[in-house]
Structure formats: C-alpha cells, structure tokens
Write a protein that binds this ligand. Structure first.
Ligand SMILES: O=C(O)c1ccccc1N[C@@H]1O[C@H](COP(=O)(O)O)[C@@H](O)[C@H]1O
Length: 200
C-alpha cells in the first residue's frame, strides 16, 4: 500500500511522516487552505525528504503555467492538480513539461476515472471538498479504477483499514485525519495512520 501524508508544514512533520514509513509527503501551496505554505517553505521541506520518498506539491486551480513553475522552483518530485479548472489539456500540458503529475478528482466531478486518461502518472479520488476531512460514499464507486490510484477524503487512523478493504486502492492519502487542530499535524496520529494502512 502506497501511503501519502499531506499538508505538512514543519521539518518535524516531514521527519515523523517519513520515519513512520510514508511513501509520499505533500505540501499545499497557494490555496485558501490553512495548510498553504509559501514556495520557499515548500522548497526547504522538500529538501528534507529522503530518497525513495516522493515530495508532492498540491495546488488547487492555480493557473497551470504557474503550477508548473512552482513545482520546478520548489524542487518537488510530483505535481498534484486539484480543481475543476484542470481539464485534459491542462493536465497534458503539465505532463509535457516533464513533471510527474497526479490528477485529483471526485465522483461528483464526473471526470474520466481511468488512470492516465489525461496522461497523468496517478489518479487521486477525493471527496468533492479537498482537504476538508469529509468522507464520501465509497459504495458510489461502481468499479474502482485500475492501476495507480489513491483514495483520499476524510481518511483517518480509525477508518483507513475499512476503506482499503472496501475499494482496494493502490494508495491512500490523508490530511485532516492526522491533525490535532485544523492545519496542525499530530505526530502520533501520523504514526498510527501509517501503521493502520500498512496492516490493512
Ligand atoms: O489539504 C488541503 O488543505 C488541500 C487544499 C486544496 C487542495 C487539496 C488539499 N488537500 C488534499 O485533500 C485530500 C484529502 O484531504 P483530507 O484528508 O480529506 O483532509 C488530500 O489529497 C490532500 O492532498
């Protein structure tokens, strides 16, 4: 199981998540989110990520040219694109720039759920309000995608194992569910989440 912990803001967050065994860590930039951090901070944190763990820049409807520039400038491994503003041509443009790109969508968006449909490396299936901690009805997923897709949306140490068993994703992604207060990661929660996802 591939595990991503998102919305990290401090060097300790990065150390705890990677020591716990996360396969990817995410940094939110240029959104209204409480987790949004400046690009310089993303770059400093991305530099702390050990080899073998993917650093991911998460943006929400930032113009795609700016998103590409931000990913390059911060030195992350992956660009994660959220928001209805990113259609096929935007994703394709980011991919053509040479970046590794993950496309985020939700069932409510009615998008193509085939991994790689727009050229992306992985698909992230989230609730309709990213970063909200809201769960969504997994039974609405008539046929889970195939290949590299991550389940997100309201996952937590308590529900992640059941969610994995329900739809058998390639990976899981968490943010709100490992926070002690909104926007502040709980380090024991991160450890517990990673262990629960690994064991599922
Ligand atoms: O975390 C945010 O604040 C955020 C803001 C804008 C776009 C995406 C965001 N986070 C992504 O949301 C999902 C799941 O979050 P949660 O666990 O439900 O809080 C995850 O993919 C984050 O990468």
């Amino acid at each position: 199981m591939f595990i991503k912990v998102c919305g990290l803001k401090t060097p300790d967050d990065v150390r705890v998540a990677t020591d716990a065994g996360a396969d990817a860590v995410g940094f939110v930039h240029n959104t209204a989110s409480v987790r949004s951090i400046p690009l310089e901070q993303v770059a400093a944190l991305a530099a702390l990520v050990p080899a073998g763990v993917a650093s991911v820049l998460v943006v929400n409807d930032l113009p795609v040219a700016d998103a590409i520039d931000a990913a390059r400038a911060s030195g992350v491994d992956v660009l994660q694109l959220h928001g209805p503003g990113y259609g096929r041509e935007h994703v394709a443009r980011a991919v053509a720039s040479g970046l590794r790109v993950w496309r985020a969508t939700s069932l409510a968006d009615g998008d193509d759920l085939r991994v790689g449909a727009f050229g992306e490396e992985a698909l992230l299936l989230d609730s309709s309000v990213p970063g909200s901690g809201e769960t969504w009805d997994l039974s609405g997923l008539a046929e889970p995608p195939h290949g590299h897709w991550l389940l997100a949306g309201g996952l937590s140490p308590v529900n992640v194992a059941d969610a994995i068993r329900a739809v058998r994703p390639w990976g899981v992604d968490v943010s709100s569910g490992v926070e002690v207060t909104r926007g502040t990661k709980g380090h024991d929660l991160i450890r517990t989440f990673v262990a629960a996802a690994r064991e599922a």
